[in-house]
Design a protein around this ligand. Structure first.
Ligand code: TYC
Length: 101
């Protein structure tokens, strides 16, 4: 007979935490044409005309507007891509990211 004691292992399965999401924020400026901002929002964030116009006009009036929320990697890539489209045309259009609380 074996004296081996088999103790049941306590479950140590870690809770899987959801990755923190990051907001993409559109920043107003005085130079980028409204239509160009709308076109960038449609192209990079796959928004329709109405939604992109609403986001553009909100940033225009309030200074900033949250465009969308993604995982950090996707938010940063899209913000860089959208900012770059403006830069290529010589506009100071700016998209930033920040983590959600
Ligand atoms: N304020 C710009 C104009 O009057 C339009 C604009 C809107 C620019 C939103 C940037 O994030 C922006 N031409």
């Amino acid at each position: 007979m074996s004296d081996t004691v088999i103790t049941p292992r306590t479950r140590t399965k870690p809770k899987t935490e959801r990755p923190r999401l990051h907001k993409v924020i559109l920043v107003n400026d005085d130079y980028t044409p409204r239509e160009f901002v709308v076109a960038v929002l449609k192209a990079v964030f796959r928004m329709n005309e109405q939604e992109s116009y609403r986001v553009m006009i909100t940033a225009h009036q309030k200074g900033v507007c949250v465009v969308a929320v993604y995982t950090r990697e996707v938010a940063e890539t899209k913000a860089t891509e959208a900012t770059e489209l403006g830069r290529r045309e010589g506009y100071p259009l700016m998209f930033t990211t920040e983590p959600e609380e």
